[in-house]
Ligand binder design. Structure first.
Ligand code: NDP
Length: 292
């Protein structure tokens, strides 16, 4: 039977609507406008596209959007000084430094220079530690979006076997922590995993975050499993290019119970969660109840 297609685009629109409602109430009841600052270093075309659409959606939900574009050659000290100014700016509640950064910059140092309270990406070491110990933190947007779709699909995830393919700090590891927090039995697979097909075949939930086009074929998927495809890969088809995920959608959707498409699955949810995190950061900064 063909899988249910999880419509991340539609779900993200409902999340953004809720965010817009919170923003309107913050404005009406407290005269506060949540503000998000995005810092882009260099001219990577994909990053420019992401930053543009983040800015547009931030404004659409009624928040203040600030973009700082720095040349690829910027010195680390200048970048750190900008982040310091944003950390101390009361009108800015969320700061996002678009990754990857050019090689001459110390990415970890830059990420850790963002105030943890404004770290809406959830990459600061304090937030990583809080998430890992089950405490209130800023949760990375992509895994948070994946978790929301899984909860929407299943309600309670407890006891389910989940396999996360990929162990990056920004997707794989926090995804695994979130699934563990929801009481899944979690396996993290990576490039050294032995017999990956067998590992994946045991999973009720598969989250693929690898960055290899259509690497997971349908016959690895357990009948009825839920598949969340984080991958965004541009491939050439004849003279054109198209986006595909890390999962072979065609064959996997014949076996899965539910599956996210690429595009239109995880991607839109990531931006919606970024906006939701900014509202949360704003509420915390002002000692107000935060949205659920
Ligand atoms: P990374 O390159 O940081 O990590 C990839 C992971 O995949 C690594 O842990 C690597 O293992 C593992 N891997 C590589 N090859 C294999 C293999 N053959 N078998 C099993 N595991 C393998 O990528 P990211 O986590 O940053 O991103 C993953 C994908 O998600 C990319 O396509 C990216 O574009 C996309 N993405 C999408 C987002 C969205 O909003 N939808 C947001 C962020 C990312 P090892 O550690 O052993 O090298």
């Amino acid at each position: 039977m063909a899988a249910t297609i999880i419509d991340g685009k539609a779900f993200a629109a409902t999340v953004r609507e809720k965010v817009a409602g919170h923003v309107a109430r913050l404005e009406a009841d407290h005269g506060i406008t949540p503000g998000l600052a995005v810092v882009l270093v260099g001219e990577d075309p994909a990053s420019q596209v992401y930053v543009r659409s983040k800015g547009k959606m931030t404004r659409e939900v009624g928040m203040k959007s600030v973009e700082h574009k720095l040349p690829a050659t910027v010195e680390q000290q200048a970048l750190l000084e900008l982040i310091d100014r944003l950390n101390n700016d009361p009108e800015i509640h969320g700061i996002l430094v678009q990754l990857p950064l050019p090689d001459h910059l110390d990415e970890q140092r830059v990420v850790n220079s963002v105030s943890p309270a404004k770290d809406v990406d959830g990459f600061h070491i304090s937030n990583v530690g809080l998430l890992g110990t089950g405490q209130k933190s800023m949760v990375p947007c992509t895994p948070l979006g994946c978790l929301m779709m899984l909860r929407e699909q299943h309600g309670d995830l407890s006891g389910m076997n989940a396999v996360v393919i990929g162990r990056s700090n920004i997707v794989g590891k926090p995804m695994a922590q979130l699934l563990l927090g929801d009481s899944c039995t979690v396996t993290i697979a990576h490039s050294r995993t032995r017999d990956l097909p067998d590992v994946v075949r045991r999973a009720d939930i598969v989250v693929a975050a690898v960055g290899r086009p259509e690497m997971v074929p349908g016959d690895w998927i357990k009948e009825g499993a839920t598949v969340i495809d984080v991958g965004i890969n541009r491939i050439e088809v004849g003279e054109k290019t198209k986006l595909v995920g890390d999962v072979d959608f065609e064959s996997a959707s014949q076996r899965a119970g539910a599956i996210t498409p690429v595009p239109g699955g995880v991607g839109p949810m990531t931006i919606a969660c970024l906006l939701a995190n900014t509202v949360t950061a704003c509420c915390r900064a002002n000692g107000l109840d935060e949205p659920e």
